[in-house]
Design a protein around this ligand. Structure first.
Ligand SMILES: Cc1cc2nc3c(=O)[nH]c(=O)nc-3n(C[C@H](O)[C@H](O)[C@H](O)COP(=O)(O)O)c2cc1C
Length: 387
């Protein structure tokens, strides 16, 4: 199969599943504990349906939008997904290049192999940055300071994971980043595309990758302390206000999913909120992202830009979020699995599929621009009105 043969995101995900070692595929695709929230992310999208309007001249359409003063080709961006460089050789550069070519933002995190400084020339202002409130203040300062010095425009701070979610599948598979069991090695040997194309390519090119944005001497990934991904359980609203005082650019709270917290975040002076439950990887049993979206929009939009992620696989679903009041949607697994399937052409294909779907669904829904979509275009699955 070639990237062009993929008709939808699920086609790309199936190729990724065949090509990745099982434990690595699980690391990406699965969710915490009983995966209730992972399923709810999808189910919450299915519970709201589009009210199709007809009789509109839709020959001229525009799916571009402006978020944080940046012009985006469509209302979509690539969410932060740590360790993308493990899924395909040089994966972070490939994601950044495909995003830049498609005119959408790419978010780089703290657990990245490629340093932000190397990604900035590729993505420019469309390189958005995520940080965990790291347990070691010194490292948090280092991460934020690096982004400030580089002139990164948008900083997201992840609020939904003060401790790491309970990902039992990782403990079973032995694919806890940096720790390798005998079973992990067997798993790797069964995935030649990944073994030769990614892991051994790193090895032959001079060694296994390190975490690019850590201070010198603390960059080790395999067998290291993982301080780059150890979140602080202390990070509270005061800490967010303090970060606001130190960060002049756009500040976004990621992982807020209630009206109460949205108001708190807004009071701390954030410019944006990402309604997110970490793709169902943190608190299992949490509300699906799309179900949480309306209360956050009603609490803080339009003063604060509300973005949503979690389970998005289709352009029509992106339009539901826009109609609900989101400024844009982020995707994590959709583009990450496309990367694992085919590298950069896979990510480009995923973004092209989503762009085509957004455009086609907009026309079919009887609208020419995203601004025409409001809650009057939605209804509950059981027929109740939403607006
Ligand atoms: C493999 C993987 C790694 C992730 N790493 C991070 C991370 O380092 N920081 C973070 O805030 N969110 C992280 N996320 C969550 C995503 O940013 C995003 O919220 C989620 O993937 C959206 O759901 P979706 O994958 O269903 O689109 C990760 C998600 C995945 C799948």
């Amino acid at each position: 199969m070639k990237p062009a043969d993929a008709l939808n995101i699920d086609d790309l995900a199936r190729v990724a599943r065949r090509r990745l070692p099982k434990g690595l595929y699980d690391f990406v695709a699965r969710g915490a504990e009983d995966e209730i929230t992972l399923r709810e992310n999808r189910a919450s999208l299915d519970r709201v349906l589009l009210r199709q309007r007809v009789g509109v001249d839709v020959s001229r359409r525009d799916i571009s939008t402006t978020v944080f003063g940046q012009k985006l080709a469509m209302p979509l961006g690539i969410a932060v997904t740590g360790l993308a460089g493990l899924l395909h050789h040089d994966g972070e550069r490939k994601l950044a290049r495909a995003a830049a070519a498609a005119g959408v933002p790419f978010t780089i995190g703290s657990s990245n192999f490629t340093a932000q400084a190397a990604l900035l020339p590729i993505a420019g202002p469309l390189l958005w940055r995520q940080v965990y409130p790291l347990a070691e203040d010194r490292l948090f300062e280092h991460q934020v300071g690096l982004s400030r010095d580089l002139g990164i425009t948008v900083l997201q701070v992840t609020m939904d994971s003060p401790v790491i979610g309970n990902r039992e599948y990782i403990r079973r598979s032995g694919w806890s980043p940096g720790i390798i069991h005998a079973g992990t090695v067997r798993d790797m040997l069964g995935a030649p595309y990944w073994l030769f194309g990614t892991l051994l390519r790193y090895v032959f090119a001079g060694g296994l990758p390190e975490i690019g944005d850590m201070p010198a001497g603390e960059r080790r990934f395999w067998g290291g302390t993982h301080a780059f991904a150890t979140a602080s359980p202390r990070f509270d609203w005061d800490a967010l206000s303090a970060l606001r005082r130190r960060w002049d650019g756009v500040l976004v709270a990621k992982g807020v999913s209630t009206a109460e917290d949205a108001r708190r975040a807004a009071a701390c002076g954030v410019d944006g909120i990402i309604v997110s439950n970490h793709g169902g990887r943190s608190l299992d049993g949490a509300v699906g992202s799309f179900a949480a979206l309306p209360e956050v929009v009603d609490a803080v939009a339009p003063k604060v830009t509300v973005i949503v992620d979690g389970g998005f696989r289709r352009g029509s679903e992106v339009l539901k979020a826009i109609a609900m009041g989101a400024g844009m949607v982020m995707v994590g697994r959709a583009t990450l699995l496309a990367l694992a399937a085919f590298g950069e052409p896979g990510v480009a294909r995923a973004l092209a599929i989503l762009r085509e779907e957004i455009d086609r669904s907009l026309a079919l829904a009887g609208a020419r621009t995203l601004a025409e979509l409001g809650r009057d275009r939605l209804q509950w699955q059981d027929g109740r009105a939403l607006a």
